[in-house]
Design a protein around this ligand. Structure first.
Ligand code: 3PY
Ligand code: MG
Length: 272
């Protein structure tokens, strides 16, 4: 029986899917952010569980996916590397979607799609004893097994010169749902300044190619202003900030106020 997820529901609406980056392995932290009304018309519909650069490991996935799923948002796990066994571990722990770093080609993208789906669509190994727990209302067995073939969101990161050069072919790969730009790696891999002309042209090429292929375009942002601009440009999925970025800036901002300054302009932890 088909089912959907919070992030997929948002993709069906006219609103962008807003999320944030979780780098600390704390279900308490993530629920504190997600729980209850936001006081706005908008809310976070997904959380990126970062096992590539965050302090999160495979052992944390199950608890984090359940915490996020129970708040009506989608846990999206970024695995450390584009390996089939890593994708399997994330999906079996209840990820609503996976992100793999450094997709350089259509062949890379095809491999990721196959790793994310059970036969005959792919090669995902079978054993979802725990996966349905993070999908409220979805029963173990046939409902998860069949529904997850299409409900799981498959996301690859475009963050290299090769990825940009091959982006039209990558976007055309069947089963890829989202192309997610990693602006930091993209600038380093291309050897260009982040925010400079060449970097921005690459970002715009990925945005266009993704939409031309009928797929969703996502990007990592360093703060709300950055996110606002990317939403204006038409990105469908935008990460607004990171847990550590906000905690550091917020705490240093309060320290600044305590010693007589203004909370604005607290020093940043580097943006990522
Ligand atoms: C990057 O900017 O390289 C990232 O991976 C963040 O998404
Ligand atoms: Mg990156």
């Amino acid at each position: 029986m088909p089912f959907t997820t919070a992030v997929r529901e948002t993709f069906q609406s006219s609103s962008p899917a807003l999320g944030f980056w979780l780098t600390l392995p704390s279900a308490g932290l993530v629920k504190t952010i997600l729980h209850g009304p936001s006081g706005l018309d908008s809310r976070f519909t997904w959380v990126l569980v970062d096992a590539e650069h965050g302090l999160i490991t495979d052992r944390d996935y199950y608890e984090l996916c359940n915490a996020i799923g129970s708040e009506g948002a989608s846990p999206i796990v970024r695995v450390p590397f584009a390996e089939e066994w890593m994708i399997k571990r994330a999906l079996d722990a209840g990820a609503h979607g996976i992100v793999t770093p450094m997709c350089h080609s259509a062949a890379d993208a095809t491999k990721i799609v196959r790793a994310s789906k059970y036969p005959p669509l792919g090669t995902r190994g079978y054993g979802p004893m725990f996966a349905p727990h993070a999908f409220p209302g979805v029963a173990a067995g046939e409902e998860y097994d069949e529904g997850s073939q299409h409900a799981v969101t498959v996301i690859v990161q475009i963050e290299s010169r090769a990825g940009v050069e091959n982006v039209e072919e990558i976007a055309a790969v069947e089963g890829i749902d989202v192309l997610f730009i990693g602006p930091f790696d993209l600038s380093k891999n291309m050897g260009v300044v982040r925010g400079g002309q060449e970097h921005e042209a690459a970002i715009q090429r990925v945005l266009k190619a993704t939409h031309d292929a009928g797929k969703k375009a996502a990007i990592f942002c360093t703060d709300g202003n950055d996110a606002k601009e990317r939403i204006r440009q038409g990105f469908d999925m935008v990460s607004v900030n990171t847990d550590v970025g906000v905690i550091r800036n917020g705490m240093l901002g309060e320290l600044r106020v305590a010693v007589g300054g203004s909370a604005k302009g607290a020093s940043s932890g580097g943006g990522y």
